[in-house]
Design a protein around this ligand. Structure first.
Ligand code: ZN
Length: 172
């Protein structure tokens, strides 16, 4: 397995729209495994392929990412995911492996129904709520080139983006 490079704001690749996955099987399984490894190494709970410069509709999620014991992990791989139903409203604090050292509250649907394919291309359905639902919505946004900071009110968004861009220049 290999660790992949996570691209961070304001890298323009994060604004790209991902394309559907059409080839399933071993190469896809390997990409998903590398993404999970990269996510674990960065202590994140979700990662979209676009964050590692793969422009495909592929997302990995593991809410137990922080578990000391690897056997307690709960990895999910969502290929070509789509939210087909959503309800309720919840606000929670989010961060992102592509947005360094910044967290903010974001409003999301409280419950979702997700349709996706597994790495073998088989159709699957998942009902999720709470943190899992918020995390999936965050990751699916990435596939459309949307970051969680794009959900902030316009003025705050402008301030935050300016600060983040400056930080990146200083550390580059
Ligand atoms: Zn993110």
């Amino acid at each position: 397995m290999a660790l992949l490079q996570i691209h961070t704001f304001p890298d323009p690749i994060l604004k790209q729209v991902a394309k559907p996955v059409e080839v399933f099987g071993s190469a896809l399984r390997k990409t998903a495994a590398n993404m999970l490894e990269t996510m674990y190494a960065s202590a994140g709970i979700g990662l979209a392929a676009i964050q590692v410069a793969i422009l495909k509709r592929l997302v990995v999620v593991d809410l137990k990412s922080g578990s000391e014991d690897e056997s307690e992990r709960d990895p999910h791989v969502f290929v070509n995911p789509n939210i087909v139903e959503q309800s309720g409203e919840t606000i929670s604090e989010e961060g992102c492996l592509s947005v360094v050292e910044f967290r903010a509250e974001v409003k999301r649907a409280e419950r979702i129904t997700l349709e996706y394919q597994d790495v073998d291309g088989l159709p699957q359905t998942l009902e999720a709520d709470g943190l899992m639902a918020a995390c999936i919505q965050h990751e699916l946004d990435h596939l459309q080139g949307i970051l969680f900071i794009d959900h902030l009110p316009p003025l705050k968004q402008k301030m935050v983006k300016r600060r983040l861009a400056k930080q990146t220049r200083l550390s580059a």
